[in-house]
Write a protein that binds this ligand. Sequence first.
Ligand code: CP
Length: 329
Amino acid sequence: MIKSDPQFNQFNKLHHFLSIDGLDKTTLTHILDTAEGFTSVNDKAIKNVPLLRGKTVANLFFENSTRTRTAFELAAKRLSADVLTIDLVSSSTKKGESLLDTLRVLEALQSDMFVVRHSDSGAADFIARHVAPTINIINGGDGQHAHPTQAMLDMFTIRRCKGDFSKLCVVIIGDIRHSRVARSGIAALVTLGTAEVRVVGPQTLMPADVESLGVTVYRDIDKALKDADVVMGLRLQSERMSSATIPSTSEFYQAYGLTPERMRLAKPDAIVMHPGPTNRGVEIAASVADGKQSVILQQVTYGIAVRMAVMSIIMGHGEEVREAEMNKE
Ligand code: CP
């Protein structure tokens, strides 16, 4: 555990959830184990538990989202919290109000937790450093930096479908360079002791420091897929590309598209994952996205239990901070 990590409070407990970096295997495993308990809640007729009753969770989405926003909203409601979902894509920040002014307004609304999605890398970290110490922050995706709850729901899906990480070969295909999902997913896979993490894609879509992340880099997708247990596609993040990085989407599909023929190179029981939104015929064939090996919709469902786990864990530790603040007064 890194003491200067802004994710940890003065008691060295996880207080914010901003990034997988700095979290150890015990912490990640605790989140996965807690999420296991919440899947049974989600399977019941009455899906609510009173863990966050009386708390207010504000979903601050400065960038568009479907899966993350709705899963967080459902997770908070199933924990019995009051939920504010504020569409900041078309809010007063567009009228010139600074991010800090907007935060002060939301603090005044007595929120206990902010879930933040922002197009700028580092936005969730910045907010965590500027809000009242009693407020917990969860990063719902910041620029091309991190998407830690997506990484945890991906790990949960892999553990449920394939078991022990130390026996698995995981392949991540495509736009690694601009993908916060890939960055957080690789960090989680490495921390959880995955036997081999391979990345494959054109050089223009690889981060400069990619090997230092603990992965094996491939250019040839057929070689990368050989005997894989888990195959993860990624969306081309065209909104984060400042210039053309591939000749065309059809050429990208020819070279790196996840087709049924290519999937035959992986193990017969390999699973296919994708964080969404999927672009059929660009990074994945429709028949693969909808095929028997696809767990893409399971990922979405597991996202609720995993977010319930993260919220309840950090909010639990939030109580310690609130008590310490009250004792100061
Ligand atoms: N996976 C993901 O972050 O999807 P959304 O952009 O729809 O939230």
